[in-house]
Design a protein. Structure first.
Length: 552
């Protein structure tokens, strides 16, 4: 059980933050309500909270026993909101506000119930406890109000002492607090604040895994989804000129922005050059400050890594392999105020219709479409880069089609207010002079890039056809320069190909996939024939070993 404690003052946004965290767990949610609808004002607050919560959540009124409300929660996320009203109700029910003599007994009962609730929550899939930040002002004059502050502080500390994560919410912004860790003497001392992603270091490492690490010296590269051969001949003079004339001064991005604006029919103020598409994705959490982000998976994982590093709650929206990984807009929670989707998606190569992407739009929500592979799709159908929409950000890259991943040349296109927010958190001189020269040249060589896309399309179809003839392999259609396949024993196949000096991309690190899945980048016909033949040999050998192991 992962326990999170969310602390905040009145109207700080603590409940909304806790609700977003609960949604992000992906578990059924049990909402433990502690407020007492004793007057019209409190009833209105409760009504507003109910209207905000998903209808599928189960609501349990806490009554007097917090432990009972939290018990038998295996597989659920239990959200207790919050400690303050529950303690106040217990004090009121015991008559503490008129008879201070009962305070010691009530206090003991509260702390005993906290201990039993902690034990009960141990069986939950996840737990989130909301607590009011009280006691910052003048100490109240009456004994019961002082007791409420004391008990709330004690209860909050006891939950925090067992928590994996503690957050303080101020003005709708979440601040991660330090953890208590044992020192050399066994005492629990305050540690430095830990990023939300650090609690899942292994998972984060998988999110930061990319295909370049799978390619060894001398390997045939079917792992990196970049067009082979390096920069085309027409790009090299532009790079040489930039190196000779511009490398001695700080980058100026005006010409590149103007060229891209003309290319996409946009205003220059709507174009933001970045250090590759990945940097554009890393700008999003700081620029947009989402409360709940929906990441469509499987997809490029740097977007989720960036969100986690900025403590943004994440909900994963799966693509179904049995539906050719098609996007289902209805699967995105209504509470998500940021949705990230790749089109075409990696590693499946799925190209979703523009209408499907636009079906994600909601009031108060921003849609980010990663179109890093779109220039490899002949004619660029389904692209939204030319659409002026105030809630859509399109992220592009030229490094795949032009074979220049080392230049880190990308850009975002968005309505001016969104573009300004991206620029406000972008490091200075993000795009270097070579990247800017490449962007400007690419915008002027659309016919040449279209020819590259046409060849990539033929190469992919050639690879897909060859792979489709091999028994024991499942192949998905795609629109980019790679093919996703599934085999019975992915690691064994990858290892066998590696022994033949062929590098492919194990796709098990993509959310929603497992070790059976492999992404294979298409090359020319000769290279495709070699990888397909080696794959057929590896699958046949695996089949023989499996038969021998079962005695068949």
């Amino acid at each position: 059980m992962a326990l999170t404690v969310v602390i905040g003052g009145t109207r700080s946004g603590k409940s909304a933050r806790a609700e977003a965290l609960a949604t992000a767990t992906g578990l059924p949610v049990r909402y433990v309500a502690t407020a007492d609808p004793a007057d019209a004002s409190m009833r209105e607050r409760i009504r507003a909270h109910k209207a905000r919560r998903p209808a599928a959540w189960t609501c349990v009124d806490v009554g007097v026993s917090l432990a009972a409300a939290c018990s038998r929660a295996g597989g659920e996320c239990v959200l207790v909101d919050g400690l303050g009203p529950w303690i106040a109700t217990l004090l009121h029910a015991a008559g503490a506000f008129t008879d201070p003599a009962v305070l010691p007994a009530v206090g003991a009962a509260v702390l005993d119930s906290v201990a039993r609730a902690q034990d009960a929550l141990a069986s939950a899939g996840a737990a989130i406890v909301v607590a009011e930040q009280a006691g910052d002002g003048v100490l109240p004059p009456d004994a019961a109000a002082r007791a409420w502050i004391d008990l709330l502080g004690d209860a909050t500390q006891r939950f925090a002492d067992r928590a994996d994560t503690v957050e303080l919410v101020v003005a709708g912004r979440s601040i991660p607090l330090g953890r208590l860790t044992p020192d050399a003497g066994g005492r629990r001392v305050d540690a430095q604040p830990v990023a939300a992603c650090d609690a899942h270091a292994g998972e984060l490492a998988e999110l930061r895994r990319h295909g370049d690490r799978d390619v060894g010296l001398g390997d045939a590269d079917h792992a990196v989804n970049v067009v082979a051969g390096g920069p085309p001949a027409w790009l090299r003079p532009a790079l040489d000129a930039a190196l000779a004339g511009d490398a001695g001064r700080y980058p100026r991005e005006d010409r590149a922005i103007a060229a891209l604006a003309v290319l996409h029919g946009r205003d220059p103020a709507e174009v933001v050059p970045t250090n590759g598409a990945a940097e554009a994705l890393w700008l999003l959490p700081a620029a947009l400050r989402p409360t709940l982000a929906a990441c469509v998976h499987p997809g490029f994982t740097e977007s989720e890594a960036a969100l986690r590093a900025h403590h943004v709650p994440i909900v994963r929206v799966p693509r179904d392999p049995d539906r050719d990984f098609a996007l289902d807009p209805a699967a995105v929670p209504d509470a998500a105020d940021l949705v990230l989707v790749g089109n075409p998606a990696s590693p499946s190569g799925t190209l979703d219709p523009a209408a499907t992407i636009l079906a994600l739009r909601r009031p108060g929500r921003t849609i980010v479409v990663d179109e890093a592979f779109m220039d490899l799709v002949p004619g660029e159908p389904c692209s939204l880069v030319r659409e002026r929409l105030d809630d859509v950000i399109v992220i592009r890259s030229i490094t795949k089609a032009l074979g220049v991943p080392g230049l880190r040349a990308g850009y975002a296109v968005a309505a001016t207010p969104l573009a300004d927010r991206l620029r406000s958190v972008r490091p200075p001189w993000s795009a270097n002079v070579l990247a800017l020269a490449a962007l400007e040249a690419a915008a002027a060589h659309t016919h040449e890039i279209a020819a590259i896309a046409g060849r990539a399309n033929l190469d992919r179809e050639d690879l897909r056809r060859r792979l489709g003839l091999i028994p024991g392999i499942r192949v998905w259609p795609g629109a980019a320069n790679f093919v996703l396949v599934a085999v019975a024993d992915g690691p064994a196949v990858v290892a066998a190909l590696k022994a033949d000096r062929i590098a492919v991309r194990p796709a098990g690190s993509f959310a929603g996939l497992d070790a059976r899945y492999i992404r294979i980048t298409a090359r020319d016909s000769e290279a495709n024939e070699r990888v397909a033949a080696a794959l057929a040999v590896a699958l046949a050998a695996n089949g023989r070993r499996a038969s021998q192991a079962t005695g068949q």
